[in-house]
Design a protein around this ligand. Structure first.
Ligand SMILES: [Zn+2]
Length: 64
């Protein structure tokens, strides 16, 4: 497992640090690094990240 900071918040302790599985023995679950609450599966995390990063107004510079 690796500890990473995500743009997601733990619903239990509001931490933004999570453990991501990197080996088959780690399973496919993402857990909160602070309270170990089960967050979601890796597959779901990808969708959650996409949904989180989707903002109404773009802050990216517009290529002219
Ligand atoms: Zn937590």
């Amino acid at each position: 497992m690796i500890k990473v900071t995500l743009g997601l918040t733990c619903s239990v302790c509001s931490s933004q640090q999570f453990y991501l599985p990197i080996e088959p023995s780690d399973g496919d679950r993402v857990k909160c690094a602070n309270c170990a609450a089960y967050r979601c599966r890796v597959d779901d995390l990808e969708r959650a990240m996409v949904a989180t990063s989707r903002r109404p107004s773009s802050t990216r510079p517009v290529a002219a």
